[in-house]
Design a protein around this ligand. Structure first.
Ligand code: ATP
Ligand SMILES: Nc1ccn([C@H]2C[C@H](O)[C@@H](COP(=O)(O)O)O2)c(=O)n1
Length: 421
């Protein structure tokens, strides 16, 4: 058992832990306990009767299983724990080490129901890939010790000791940045394909999607005619503009995700980010195949493409202000080497109030991510900034607030300048 836990989460004592408490991230490290040592204080939990807290980190080496289980675990804990437990997301990572982020949850253990909580934890560690720790409050109500739970799990490992929980500086970038590559954003057909292939047993629809895929991202010869992608948040006027461009340029209009994936889109929108983003990533390769065929005959206009896939994924993986995004020039913003590159990518931007007005006028239902855009100003800013940072090709921003015809003329000017049409 001890060996199991040690291999689940290597370099235990070098890790930083992050937990959202009262709406703010708290970062802490652990320090071996030595007698009489002064240790900085971390945080106080409000209610006195919470003598103990728990963390659960999901440690499976199978990333599809880990992603599915992480979502299910939240539902399970919410069903079982009292609302006073303040269930919060938690993570642990090795500073600057890619792919080292492990996610989980943190909650306060109510002394009233401690035996039933411990029964649930016992059940979880026996069946599922979780690592459980308990945290005890120090005498001054502020200092906490961390220890592997239950104590019998910890014999003979570096986790066997008690550790002080000490405050740690916030990392330069949001810890989720460490795991974006090939978990939130995919940089090759193969990487996204692998995820959907592994899902075949648990999500039957994945098999239908796999059947629609081109046989790899073959290097086709570049289309003879220009390929122009129109990007932007919802209701910025993409549909209006792409339809006008199609008519004006006698072009073919395509979209990503492609029409043939429509029957499965809602299904994959319910899945955890790893699976959902792999679905959208593969959609781009189907659209690329269609572009390759149509682009030999006419200009092609595309409503959303890889910029959307990457920008929404990055902006969702990272929370908080723009400064939490990976820095400009980061590998996270690079274009997949095996994906067709358009000749021009236009990003439509709009004042948030005008966007809301257009959304209201349109009056359609919204996806969860669209609702988030409405309510969460920071999320909207992160999506737009991520769009701007993507390179190879980069997007050219066009203000979409003038009339539909003025926006069309502006974009036609850009196309004529860049694509010799
Ligand atoms: N330049 C414009 N000025 C005023 N209204 C516009 C303009 N362009 C589009 N609209 C209106 O704004 C609404 C949203 O436009 P549209 O559907 O083209 O956006 P979209 O970017 O395709 O949205 P989504 O991504 O959600 O499909 C529509 O009612 C459309 O008629
Ligand atoms: N190529 C694409 C297109 C869309 N998405 C995702 C990103 C958002 O969650 C949502 C927006 O699309 P809309 O509702 O406006 O059709 O779909 C993507 O990841 N990649």
């Amino acid at each position: 058992m001890a060996r199991r836990t040690a291999s689940l989460l290597p370099q235990w004592s070098s890790r930083i832990f992050s937990v959202e408490l009262d709406g703010a991230p708290h970062y802490f490290a652990i320090k071996e306990k030595h007698r009489g040592e002064e240790v900085p204080r971390l945080f106080t939990l409000k209610a006195r009767h919470y003598e103990r807290c728990y963390s659960l980190l999901v440690c499976s080496s199978d990333r599809v299983r880990r992603a599915k289980f992480y979502g299910e675990l939240k539902d399970k804990l919410l069903r079982h724990l009292s609302p006073e437990s303040d269930l919060s997301p938690m993570s642990s990572f090795l500073p600057d080490v890619k792919d080292s982020l492990v996610r989980g949850y943190f909650f306060k253990g109510d002394s009233q129901s401690s035996s039933s909580t411990e029964r649930l934890l016992q059940e979880l560690i026996q069946r599922d890939p979780v690592l459980v720790c308990s945290y005890l409050r120090g005498e001054d109500g502020q200092l906490w010790t961390q220890r592997l739970w239950p104590p019998a799990e910890s014999q003979m490992t570096e986790m066997s000791k008690d550790y002080y929980v000490v405050p740690s500086e916030a990392p330069k970038y949001h810890p989720s940045v460490l795991n974006i590559v090939n978990s939130d954003v995919f940089y090759s057909f193969e990487e996204a394909y692998e995820v959907l292939k592994k899902c075949g047993d648990i999500i039957p629809e994945a098999k239908s999607v796999l059947e629609l895929l081109p046989s790899g991202a073959e290097t086709r010869s570049k289309p003879d005619f220009p390929v122009i992608v129109i990007e932007g948040l919802d209701a910025t006027g993409k549909t209006t503009l792409t339809e006008s461009l199609r008519d004006t340029l006698k072009a073919v209009l395509l979209q990503s995700p492609p029409q043939c994936l429509s029957p499965w889109r809602a299904r994959f929108d319910q899945e955890p980010p790893l699976i959902r983003r792999a679905f959208y990533a593969l959609g781009n390769y189907i659209t690329a195949e269609q572009i390759g065929q149509q682009g030999m005959k006419t200009p092609v206009i595309v409503d959303r493409f890889w910029h959307s896939t990457a920008a929404y994924a990055i902006a969702t993986a990272v929370s908080g202000p723009l400064s939490n995004l990976p820095a400009e020039g980061s590998e996270v913003y690079r274009w997949p080497s095996d994906l067709l590159q358009p000749n021009l990518v236009v990003l439509l931007t709009l004042d948030p109030e005008e966007r809301k007005r257009r959304l209201r006028n349109r009056g359609q239902g919204k996806t969860e991510e669209e609702q988030e855009l409405d309510h969460n100003q920071l999320f909207r800013l992160r999506v737009e900034e991520a769009y701007r940072r993507i390179s190879g090709p980069s997007c050219i921003t066009v203000d979409a607030s003038p009339s539909a015809d003025q926006v069309l003329q502006q974009v036609l000017l850009l196309i004529r300048g860049k694509c010799h049409l």
